[in-house]
Design a protein around this ligand. Structure first.
Ligand code: MRU
Length: 359
């Protein structure tokens, strides 16, 4: 267990007590993140005191999942102001840090939303003529508010979706959209936690999620701590489980949802959605309103992160790529709205157009 956890606990769910990240101290504080690159072998925090360390942690997936990287970025901008005593110095630090924080990863829109929100607070603070100390206090207060909001949204998503889980059912999920991907109880997994707390009993199938194994390393770890039964399957095995009628429902998270409902999520999600549709199994996206990007019409406009080829060839003891072989490693794909039964949010289960969220 990670120390200092007064957390988004999921009471009655066994020992799911960890903090994905936590700010320690006042305006001169530091950000602690649970280093997800080490899970499940080691539960170890990284202490980050510089914004570039937050950017690296986001890029390495030491902190990951759309909502969690939004919160980490907000605190990362607070780190840029550590030790600042002059307003000019503080403005210069922000101008230098904001663009690189905003683009640390391209697909999850939460990162952009939260960095933009912190930038607006900086502009307001400047126009209010705040002194350096007050500016930094207001900035940190906003980052804390973003974290609290994330936790509230997670609870709301759980409440909205819990009724979809039938007694004795089997739910397939892909990647990790759990507590580890947020600062609260997660999105897709929050629905499961909420249903479990209400007394519904079910089983989870977790896709291993190649290449970085968020399913077998993170979702399995987190569900096991909660006491919810989980079996990991190879990504390629999902079709066979659908064919046997062994999957009743699919719920995944999303990194960005366009105005028409198209939803980007971890690579492999679209394949699962196509399988679900072919086998008439409902496929739901669970995401907070902060993951919606209503400025874009469709999923075609969602930038898909391309990650290093090393992630493909390095597992299983292979030490070098085969010479002359190309590798392609898109980290996300887009599931068209036509394949999605509903979008589970803190505002309820929605259908496009998302007027509630726009309002
Ligand atoms: O590359 P990752 O591990 O950050 O990808 C995360 C996902 O795809 C999640 O499903 C998504 O961010 C939603 S998390 C609540």
């Amino acid at each position: 267990m990670v120390a200092g956890s007064e957390q988004p606990t999921i009471q009655d769910l066994g020992s799911l007590n960890f903090r994905t990240l936590r700010w320690v101290g006042d305006v001169d504080g530091v950000l602690h993140i649970l280093d997800q690159t080490l899970l499940p072998d080691r539960e170890q925090e990284r202490v980050l005191s510089e914004p570039h360390q937050v950017i690296e942690a986001i890029q390495q997936l030491a902190v990951r999942g759309a909502p969690a990287i939004g919160v980490a970025a907000a605190y990362g901008l607070c780190l840029a102001l550590r030790g600042c005593t002059q307003l000019e110095q503080l403005q210069a630090k922000l101008a230098e840090t904001i663009p690189s924080m905003r683009t640390a990863r391209p697909t999850a829109v939460n990162l952009h939303h939260m960095v933009d929100r912190m930038s607006s607070v900086a502009m307001e603070a400047a126009s209010d003529d705040l002194g350096c100390q007050q500016f930094r206090e207001r900035f940190l207060a906003e980052a804390r508010a973003i974290e609290e909001e994330d936790q509230r949204y997670c609870r709301g998503i759980g409440e909205s979706g819990a009724g979809l889980i039938a007694e004795g059912s089997t739910i397939l999920t892909h990647c990790n959209a759990g507590a580890l991907a947020t600062t609260g109880t997660g999105t897709a997994l929050s629905v499961l936690y909420s249903a479990w707390q209400k007394g519904t009993r079910f089983t989870v199938l977790a896709d291993e999620t190649r290449p970085l194994l968020q399913g077998s390393r993170l979702t399995a770890w987190e569900l096991q701590r909660s006491g919810i039964p989980v079996d990991v399957i190879c990504d390629g095995a999902a079709g066979s489980f659908f064919q046997q009628g062994a999957i009743d429902l699919v719920i995944t998270g999303s990194d960005r949802i366009a105005a028409n409902g198209d939803a980007a999520n971890k690579i492999g999600t679209y394949s699962i959605a196509v399988l679900a549709r072919a086998h008439e199994v409902p496929f739901y996206i669970a995401a907070p309103s902060s993951s919606f990007d209503l400025d874009i019409e469709s999923g075609h406009e969602i930038p898909i992160e391309q990650r290093s080829a090393d992630e493909i060839w390095s597992p299983m003891g292979q030490k070098q790529p085969l010479e002359g072989i190309g590798y392609r490693n898109p980290a996300f794909d887009v599931t068209p709205a036509s394949h999605i039964a509903g979008w589970i949010t803190e505002l309820g289960i929605l259908q496009p157009p998302f007027e509630e969220i726009r309002r």
